[in-house]
Design a protein around this ligand. Structure first.
Ligand code: ATP
Ligand code: MG
Length: 137
């Protein structure tokens, strides 16, 4: 079965959106396979967003991700990578439809509440990075 990596970013945690976000994935019918609450180091955040290293916002993005604890999760289900991205909504919250997480809870691209893997391959890489201890079946 397909899995994806979902992270509630520091603003989502600070604003008390953990339950709301987990609830949306659960009600959809996805299965929460692994979850942990952690604050990551700079080098780890840089690794997670390595593909964006040349972007002008990279430094600010890394500062944002290390600014407080995040909730790292693995969710499983049919087409969970693509469907998870639709539940999350567009990267820029002003383009995210109402009813999506970013459409309902975010206004700034630099504070967009949640991360979701963008492809099955990146999901596998991200799950291995964030859960090196493995994810039980
Ligand atoms: P994520 O990978 O966090 O799920 P995404 O896949 O929708 O988001 P990416 O292009 O991978 O979008 O960008 C990663 C993150 O970088 C965005 O979620 C956002 O927090 C930040 N970001 C993207 N573009 C900008 C920008 N122009 N200014 C500031 N931050 C940005
Ligand atoms: Mg991305």
């Amino acid at each position: 079965m397909e899995s994806t990596f979902i992270m509630i970013k520091p603003d989502g945690v600070q604003r008390g959106l953990i339950g709301e976000i987990i609830s949306r994935f659960e009600k959809k019918g996805f299965y929460l396979k692994a979850m942990k609450f952690i604050t990551v180091e700079r080098s780890f955040a840089e690794k997670h967003y390595a593909d964006l290293a040349t972007k002008p916002f990279f430094g600010g993005l890394v500062e944002y991700i290390i600014s407080g604890p995040v909730v790292a999760m693995v969710w499983e289900g049919k087409d969970v990578v693509a469907t998870g991205r639709r539940i999350i909504g567009a990267t820029r919250p002003w383009e995210a439809s109402p009813g999506t997480i970013r459409g309902d809870f975010a206004v700034e691209v630099g504070r967009n509440v949640i991360h979701g893997s963008d492809a099955v391959e990146s999901a596998q890489k991200e799950i291995a990075l964030w859960f090196p201890e493995g994810v039980s079946e």
